[in-house]
Write a protein of this length. Structure first.
Length: 260
């Protein structure tokens, strides 16, 4: 199968199929969903950490050579900085949107402001996921599979939350679901663009992998773990540790089964 076909298929899996899996929660009572979703977040945290530290970063160092490991480290730091700035911009934009919404509390345009932000933010996020998946597949199919697994794992709880925001902003459940699928197409666009760019400059591929590792680490450490700390009772904490370990173990097993 041509590599581009692999990339498109698995970018679709990461961006669109995760939205389809999130649909399951439409039929789960809200009280049950509220108990289940934190477990997905814990598992996703483990898969992101495992993919970054057991797959992407080692492959980046191996691809660049030990002599360039310092440059890989700098790329990792720069990537963390870029994701920090991106999140700051998204938060600033979100606050502006919320202020607009509150200032137009009786206006339908105001009610849709937060929904529009979610759609734009999701599209950009999915496009970046597509770039990361393409960079991984250009290194090896097995690394691409592991990366897609990590992307899909953290996208499921993310999509459920976004669906709730879209419904709250005034969209029907059917329209919110359709738009959730449409934003997933951005992952394919990002993957194809990355494929066309990176395959012509394979020497920068290890640095693209280091950047991808930075993205996964940032999402796990800055995005998911703080939310897990909101539940600090011993039982919840122990279960979180077990599920994070399970996520790491799944990535490790996937690496071994892929023959890496």
């Amino acid at each position: 199968m041509p590599l581009l076909v692999w990339i498109v298929l698995f970018a679709a899996l990461g961006g669109i199929a995760s939205a389809a899996l999130a649909v399951v929660f439409l039929w789960v009572p809200e009280a049950h969903a509220a108990r289940i979703l934190p477990h997905f977040v814990s598992f996703a945290t483990g898969t992101l950490l495992g993919a970054a530290l057991l797959a992407l970063l080692p492959e980046a160092i191996a691809g660049s050579g030990v002599a360039a490991s310092h440059a890989i480290g700098l790329t990792l730091i720069a990537g963390l900085g870029v994701f920090f700035v991106i999140e700051k911009l998204v938060l600033w934009w979100h606050v502006r949107g919320e202020e607009e919404t509150h200032s137009r509390s009786g206006d339908s345009h105001g009610h849709h402001a937060s929904g529009t932000l979610v759609l734009v933010g999701d599209s950009l996020h999915n496009a970046l996921d597509g770039v990361l998946i393409a960079a991984a597949f250009l290194t090896s199919v097995s690394l691409g599979l592991v990366t897609t697994l990590a992307v899909a794992a953290h996208e499921i709880p993310h999509r459920v939350g976004d669906f709730a925001i879209l419904v709250h902003s005034g969209l029907s459940r059917g329209r919110a679901l359709l738009l959730n699928f449409v934003t997933g197409l951005a992952s394919i666009v990002g993957a194809v663009v990355a494929y066309c760019g990176l395959r012509r400059a394979l020497e920068i591929l290890p640095y693209a992998l280091a950047f991808a590792a930075a993205g996964f680490l940032y999402i796990a450490v800055a995005g998911l773990i703080p939310g897990l700390h909101r539940r600090a009772d011993p039982r919840s904490s122990a279960l979180q540790v077990l599920l994070i370990a399970l996520g790491i173990a799944v990535i490790s097993l996937a690496e071994r089964l892929a023959g890496r």
